[in-house]
Design a protein around this ligand. Structure first.
Ligand SMILES: Cc1cc2nc3c(=O)[nH]c(=O)nc-3n(C[C@H](O)[C@H](O)[C@H](O)COP(=O)(O)OP(=O)(O)OC[C@H]3O[C@@H](n4cnc5c(N)ncnc54)[C@H](O)[C@@H]3O)c2cc1C
Length: 381
């Protein structure tokens, strides 16, 4: 986003201690940790408002780990990192659950677990290998060599510690409990670090901040060239039906290597998302929030194939923008030459799994220089 010379005429100047940019799950969690663990005075700014980005548009799956099977994660990142990242999911879930328990309003949570399903014999073989690797590491799962739903899938892994949540309300309560001042409708245009301060130009104000934390996920490459080639905006599409009289999948279900996902909502509807794997050129490298009729058409056909018993009309369709990182792991660090500007971005479609624990490490890194382990960008050095 650029800004014209004329638009900068009426901004007030303001000093802040710790400025968080982006009011999604990551920004809310960062604000909470900065304020409550590190006793900073926190202001959050967002171009729109709380959870209007991916955090309020996702499927609400609290599913452990990454967008790759556990044994593949071990191959790609090494055993220690795979274990560490799965541990970060458990930590994130425990943070989210604490926020839900401490909330002033109800945040619906379904602790039924998740069911990872195979759509083909090849995927079933992968699932079996994943199940073995998870069990070897004593991660609680149950493996099914047949479809436990009887819907034409080939095998499944049940993860009983996973959950489904109302993500928009979760993000709202995290922000409320952070106690930070929230400034909505206030886009960041640019920033520069001079000495020990960061000068941040936004729509309503020019901030002089001690520290800035970027929690702008998919939009990060629009904010600073450092993120170009490191975070790729990727669009995802969902639909939800009118209420139905049964529960087609009593879990958060997902299949086709995580590309397809489905669950019941808390008001008795059926949610289905995914389908971008067949239209990569249309859904990659875009921050445009719009429906893609090709992907939505595929979702309709998927519904008819695997869930013919769900005959209620579609009530709503939407899209959201995810931030895919270069290597699939979140990115935590400070900007080169600007050590007062930190970031926690690149959740690769797994912000509910990882954003809380990642934001916790990102704040510690920015304020105290503590390494962020598996998610630290120093891995690219
Ligand atoms: C359809 C869909 C389904 C998904 N399903 C799941 C799921 O089931 N489970 C799961 O774990 N993850 C899922 N995800 C991914 C998950 O939603 C994200 O990983 C998570 O929300 C990222 O949180 P965030 O706070 O980093 O980003 P966001 O929620 O996108 O927040 C970024 C914020 O930055 C703000 N911003 C951007 N630019 C500027 C600027 N210049 N100035 C000020 N503010 C700015 C935006 O307005 C936005 O509010 C899904 C995503 C989508 C789109």
């Amino acid at each position: 986003m650029t800004v014209s010379h004329w638009q900068q005429a009426e901004q007030e100047e303001r000093e802040v201690d710790f400025l968080v940019v982006g009011a999604g799950l990551a920004g809310g969690a960062a604000a909470y940790f900065a304020k409550h663990l590190h006793k900073r005075d926190v202001v959050v700014t967002d171009a729109r408002d709380i959870a209007l980005g991916a955090s309020g548009r996702n499927a609400g799956f609290m599913i452990s780990g990454l967008d790759t099977f556990y044994h593949r994660a071990i191959e790609q990142y090494g055993h220690q990192i795979a274990r560490e990242v799965w541990g970060m999911s458990a930590r994130s879930f425990s943070h989210w659950r604490a926020f839900i328990e401490g909330s002033d309003f109800e945040v619906p949570l379904d602790n039924s677990g998740s069911l990872l399903l195979a759509e083909s014999p090849e995927e079933a073989r992968e699932l079996e290998l994943a199940a073995r690797a998870l069990s070897a590491d004593k991660i609680e799962i149950k493996y099914y060599s047949r479809d436990p739903l009887g819907r034409g899938y080939c095998a499944a892994i049940e993860q009983p510690l996973d959950a489904g949540v109302q993500p928009y309300l979760l993000a709202k309560t995290v922000m409320a409990q952070s106690g930070a001042e929230m400034i909505a409708n206030n886009e960041l245009y640019r920033f520069e670090q001079t000495g020990e301060r960061v000068r941040v130009y936004t729509r309503k104000a020019i901030f002089e901040a001690q520290y800035v934390m970027l929690c702008t996920n998919a939009y990060s490459p629009l904010i600073d060239p450092y993120f170009q080639g490191k975070v790729a905006p990727t669009r995802a599409q969902c639909l939800v039906t009118e209420p139905i009289d049964h529960v087609p999948v009593p879990y958060c279900g997902y299949s086709d290597y995580g590309y397809m996902y489905y669950r019941s909502t808390f008001d008795g509807r059926f949610l289905l998302g995914g389908g971008r794997q067949f239209f990569p050129e249309e859904e990659q490298d875009t921050t445009e929030d719009r429906l893609n009729t090709n992907v939505q058409g595929f979702l309709d056909s998927y519904l008819a194939k695997y869930f013919p018993d769900v005959t209620a009309p579609v009530a709503q369709r939407w899209s959201g923008i995810m931030g895919f990182s270069l290597d699939g792991l979140p990115l935590v660090g400070t900007l080169p030459g600007r050590p007062r500007v930190g970031f926690a971005v690149g959740f690769t479609g797994h912000g509910l799994a990882l954003a809380a624990a990642t934001a916790e490490r990102a704040v510690d890194k920015l304020l105290n220089g503590v390494g962020a382990g598996a998610v630290d960008v120093s891995r690219f050095d």
